[in-house]
Design a protein around this ligand. Structure first.
Ligand code: ADP
Ligand code: ZN
Length: 216
């Protein structure tokens, strides 16, 4: 088990939060809490929240803080989070970070590390617009950098790959702007608290090694 196991992954959209969550989870069973995935599931099930969130997500805007924080709080209370958790895509605002702090202390938990994946804008936009996802098993590919063996087909489960509607160039740019305006203040917030670990590598193996060395 990892020594540091209550984690936040922060970074621009497409910085690698989802990809490196999956990689870490291969060797270390812990809860993976992706607020984007949770919201996409609400949209798919056509719940009230899903219907409210869908429009905002399509424009690359954030879902209201209190709603998303409530969702995460419920998830953190589940027993599988005892082994540790990766918060992937949450918090995304200072307010969300404050709500998270409240939720964690009421559950008797605390954060061990906040991993910041630092990637330049050009790379981000290239990655996002070439990203492909498997609907069935969630594996993430990239047409340019990490293509599946057979075009359009998931290596793991054989399902058809799709492009997320918010990975169009226009929405990707909007999401990047939202990151700088609303999310990037979190980097100093967590640096001030002595929790930040920054990775600015782009090479996959190097990132993996850095992550494991830091957390083990
Ligand atoms: P990304 O690749 O941008 O990190 P995510 O899958 O994490 O994508 O999120 C997709 C969308 O879901 C966001 O653009 C936003 O509309 C919504 N969303 C996800 N997490 C949050 C959050 N913590 N707060 C508000 N909105 C969120
Ligand atoms: Zn699959």
């Amino acid at each position: 088990m990892l020594k540091k196991k209550n984690l936040i992954f922060v970074g621009a959209p497409g910085a690698g939060k989802g990809t490196f969550s999956a990689m870490l989870l291969e060797d270390h069973p812990m809860a993976h809490i992706s607020t984007g995935d949770l919201l996409r599931d609400e949209v798919k099930r056509d719940t009230k929240l899903g219907r409210e969130a869908a429009g905002l997500m399509k424009e690359g805007k954030l879902v209201p803080d209190e709603i998303i924080a409530g969702m995460v709080r419920d998830r953190l209370a589940q027993p599988d989070c005892e082994n540790g958790f990766i918060l992937d895509g949450f918090p995304r605002t200072i307010r969300q970070a404050e709500l998270l702090e409240e939720a964690l202390s009421s559950l008797g938990k605390s954060l061990d590390r906040v991993v910041y994946f630092k990637v330049d804008d050009d790379t981000i936009l290239k990655r996002l617009t070439a990203r492909l996802n498997c609907k069935k098993c969630g594996k993430i590919y990239n047409k340019l950098f990490m293509p599946p063996t057979v075009e359009g087909v998931c290596d793991v489960c054989g399902d058809t790959l799709y492009q997320r509607p918010d990975d169009s160039l226009e929405t990707a740019k909007a999401r990047l702007e939202v990151f700088y305006k609303q999310t990037s203040p979190l980097i100093d917030y967590y640096r001030d608290r002595g929790l930040l670990f920054e990775i600015s590598e782009l090479d996959k193996d190097k990132i993996c090694a850095a992550l494991t060395a830091e957390l083990e």
